[in-house]
Each structure stands twice: as structure tokens, then as C-alpha cells.
Design a protein around this ligand. Structure first.
Ligand code: SF4
Length: 333
């Protein structure tokens, strides 16, 4: 019987990394920039409606630490807790390509100078991809593992406008192809579920669109309200109501049903790491509870990733059967 993460009824990112590294790898989230085009108001852009002052940084303490300190500090913590051996440095907060190439290079060199670091992951936006950035990624890909996580958030312009992203769906699609055509980096995208008026058909079409894109992984978030954000204003005015856990679960199940099992999924919902900042919905603070709730529902409703994607090839058939098998397995040691 398959155990742990690999027994989940979806293709987890842990499996994806395990195939590449032969063992579990852990991410070290770091903060090396403190800005982005939106926050700077470039071309009239505004801070994204959901973004807090930390720009998605996992730990605000990072802002007072050098990159070396952040890597060493977090690695010790995770090694002690999980006996972890291999790590990826995750340039997470704000827009990590919104800086000089020489600074990017220096950061990559610092990250790779540690034996336990096996590569890095860069979070960025679809509109911050200069040819020099793409060349640099490809250069580092020749000597290390390089992954990129692109903040796409939605393939619908009305939802992107609500989130004040400052880019269109078409921009994201072009950016994905641009990265895939110029580099061989491991490419993933972030998507947010829960914008007002989002239909089930849009969820289905989003999954189908993902299937046709040259990406290997997806990170799912639910749109939640944090303090001191534009979304908090909408929430207080009564013009935005965050999605309920039950509705969110239904949308995730629908999305996974149509998502090809070749695409790995990072996590099934957002998690508010700073509880004091979370306004709504409160279920967002219950990381494992929400994860388990969705996994339990997948099993009880006999839904698995790609269950509604007709297998076309022998490899599709193999993945289909593998996923199907997991909905009846109990995930325990
Ligand atoms: S989500 Fe990213 S691009 Fe948007 S305001 Fe926050 S840091 Fe900037």
C-alpha cells in the first residue's frame, strides 16, 4: 500500500520533487526584495487587493536577516523537526525578478553555496520577465535545479481586475510560453479560487487550460481577507464575501477532476500563517484541518485528480489507474 503523501488522491508536489531528487526536499522561504511593480505604482498599478504588507513572505523576521542568516536559521529549524537533508531556497516574497541581474546572480550564488541546497525556486509575476532574467535562469539550470512559480491567479480578466493584479490573462499565457520556450526550468503557476461571480464552468475551463500549458505544477489558494488590504475594505463595506469552506471544497474537487494527473499540486488551500492578520474566513487558519477535509471529501465522493480527463495515451491510462487506486486506499502507516 502506498503511504504518506504519495497515497493522496492527487499528484502532490512532494511526489514531484521526490521523483527529481530521490528523497523528500524541503523549501526554505526567503525574502530578498521588498517591493513589486504594483506597490510602486508603475504604469498606474495598485497593490493587489489581497496582498498584505509582507508581500506573501512566510516569516516577517526574514526582513531583518541577511540571505545567509535566513538560509542557515530555517535549515536548522527544519532539519531538527523533520530530519531533513535536502533543501530548495524559495525566493518567495514580493516580485523576485524586480531587481538587478547582478543582485539576482549574487542571491543564486549565495543559495547554492550551501551543500544542503539542491536548487532554488523563484516567485515572480508574468510581466517581470526580461530576456536577461530568462537567460540567467537557463544558465543556472545547467548547474542546478531551478523552478519558477508564476503568480497567474486567474485566467479571467474580470477576476484579475478585482484582485488588481495589473496584468491580463493573455499576459500570463504569453509569459508561460515565453519561459517554456527560452528555458527548461520547472515551471509552476499560482491560482486563486473565490473571486466574486466565479462560475463552475470557469473552474473547469481553468483546469483544461492548465492541461494545455507547458507547466508541471500548480499552487491553489482561496481568496482570503487579511488586515490592511483593499479586500478588507470590500469586506467591511459588504461588497466581498469570502468563499465558504464547503463551496471552496466543491470547487477544488471540480478543478482536480479536470486537471491532468501529470500536473503536480502544491497544496489544496491557502493558509494564513499570521493568525492575527486574518479577518475572514476563519477556516483559512486551520491548515491541516482544511487539507484533511478536502482529502476526505475526495475519497468519500470517489473523486481523484484527472477522473474526468479521458486518457489518451498508455501513460495517461497508467496515471489514471494510479490515481483511481488511491481513492480507496486509507492513508495511514
Ligand atoms: S501579490 Fe505580489 S505583485 Fe501583488 S502587491 Fe503583493 S507582492 Fe506585489
Amino acid at each position: 500500500m502506498e503511504k504518506g503523501w504519495s497515497g493522496l488522491p492527487y499528484h502532490s508536489i512532494a511526489e514531484h520533487y521526490k521523483r527529481i531528487f530521490n528523497e523528500k526536499v524541503y523549501k526554505i522561504p526567503v525574502t530578498v526584495v521588498d517591493n513589486c511593480p504594483n506597490r510602486m505604482g508603475l504604469k498606474g498599478m495598485k497593490t493587489c487587493s489581497f496582498c498584505d504588507v509582507w508581500g506573501s513572505a512566510a516569516r516577517e523576521v526574514s526582513f531583518q536577516m541577511s540571505l545567509d542568516q535566513q538560509i542557515i536559521d530555517f535549515q536548522k529549524l527544519i532539519e531538527k523537526r523533520y530530519h531533513a537533508k535536502k533543501f530548495l531556497v524559495y525566493f518567495q516574497a514580493y516580485t523576485n525578478t524586480f531587481t538587478k541581474i547582478s543582485t539576482l546572480r549574487q542571491n543564486f550564488e549565495t543559495a547554492l553555496s550551501y551543500d544542503f541546497v539542491k536548487g532554488f525556486v523563484v516567485g515572480t509575476r508574468p510581466d517581470c520577465l526580461s530576456p536577461a532574467v530568462l537567460d540567467l535562469w537557463q544558465e543556472y539550470y545547467q548547474k542546478s535545479f531551478v523552478a519558477v512559480e508564476l503568480g497567474v491567479q486567474s485566467f479571467y480578466d474580470e477576476h484579475l481586475e478585482f484582485m488588481r493584479r495589473g496584468h491580463t490573462a493573455e499576459d500570463s499565457i504569453k509569459a508561460i510560453h515565453k519561459i517554456a520556450n527560452s528555458t527548461a526550468v520547472d515551471l509552476g503557476i499560482h491560482l486563486i479560487i473565490g473571486s466574486p461571480g466565479e462560475s463552475d464552468q470557469q473552474i473547469i475551463d481553468t483546469a483544461k487550460r492548465c492541461n494545455d500549458l507547458p507547466i508541471t505544477n500548480i499552487k491553489l489558494h482561496n481568496l482570503h481577507v487579511l488586515k490592511n488590504t483593499e479586500l478588507e475594505k470590500y469586506f467591511n463595506q459588504g461588497t466581498f464575501q469570502p468563499i465558504e469552506r464547503e463551496d471552496y471544497k466543491n470547487k477544488v474537487l471540480l478543478f482536480l477532476s479536470y486537471l491532468h494527473p501529470r500536473i503536480a499540486v502544491h497544496r489544496l488551500a491557502a493558509f494564513a500563517s499570521r493568525w492575527e492578520e486574518l479577518i475572514a474566513p476563519k477556516w483559512t487558519s486551520d491548515r491541516m484541518g482544511t487539507h484533511q477535509f478536502i482529502v476526505d471529501q475526495l475519497r468519500s465522493e470517489q473523486v481523484f485528480q484527472g477522473c474526468l480527463v479521458p486518457p489518451q495515451t498508455e501513460s495517461d491510462k497508467y496515471l489514471f489507474e494510479k490515481m483511481k487506486d488511491r481513492i480507496v486506499r486509507i492513508d495511514r502507516n
